[in-house]
Design a binder for this molecule. Structure first.
Ligand code: SAM
Ligand code: ZN
Length: 197
């Protein structure tokens, strides 16, 4: 799978460390390996999403393992419900803790090789994720306008992150699986297919 252009929606092709569309809109890969697909004209604030301090605080907390059981549960649900997964998306992936753990689990259990894409509007979070987890594909983009083609995702996770139902429906393949985790008194896991209502 490749990205689509955030300006004209045409497919992007990787050419010498830059993603380019047929209309020559160009997005360079950062040295850490991620790509920023959030054009300035689509930014609502200067530094959207979680800032560096928030990202570092979350990473320190997650590194202590407090949410590992939650991550394990998400991964188990993915293994139980998703078969033949090739393209995985972590929506609002933050600094990549869940993305990386999910990929490690599925990579071993899926019959075909799979690729995991992590998307977040926070540049600090994506930079940090790409630095730490080199084998995954990270991009700076908004969940409200994701740089993925229609019907392109087999499995998505959304953990404590915002989303828009119409945009999720657009990118998910028919028969795909979405696992969401939302805050509450008791952790709730929600699994939905292409019909995401
Ligand atoms: C509570 S954090 C969760 C991060 C990660 N899923 C985790 O649980 O560790 C919410 C994340 O959503 C991102 N976010 C907020 N608005 C967004 C948007 N419009 N598009 C993409 N990401 C967004 C923030 O930058 C932040 O990383
Ligand atoms: Zn374009």
């Amino acid at each position: 799978m490749s990205y689509i252009c955030p300006i004209c929606s045409a497919p992007l092709t990787l050419s010498d460390k830059s993603w380019v569309c047929p209309k020559r809109h160009q997005f360079d890969c950062a040295k850490e390996g991620y790509v920023n697909l959030l054009p300035v004209q689509k930014k609502k604030t200067k530094d959207p999403g979680d800032n560096k301090e928030m990202m570092i605080a979350r990473r320190e907390f997650l590194n202590k393992g407090f949410y590992q059981p939650l991550s394990d549960k998400v991964n188990q649900l993915a293994v139980d419900y998703a078969a033949n997964v090739e393209t995985i998306l972590d929506i609002g992936c933050g600094e990549g803790y869940y993305s990386h753990r999910l990929f490690e689990t599925l990579h071993q259990s899926m019959p075909k090789p799979c690729a995991l894409y992590g998307l977040d509007i926070s540049k600090s979070a994506i930079r940090s994720a790409a630095k730490r987890y080199a084998g995954l594909h990270f991009c700076v983009a908004s969940v409200f306008e994701m740089p993925f083609a229609d019907d392109s995702i087999d499995l998505a996770i959304r953990i404590y992150a915002p989303s828009k139902v119409e945009e999720l429906q657009r990118v998910m393949k028919p028969g795909s699986i979405l696992i969401t985790v939302s805050p509450g008194a008791n952790a709730s896991f929600c699994i939905k297919g292409k019909n995401l209502q």
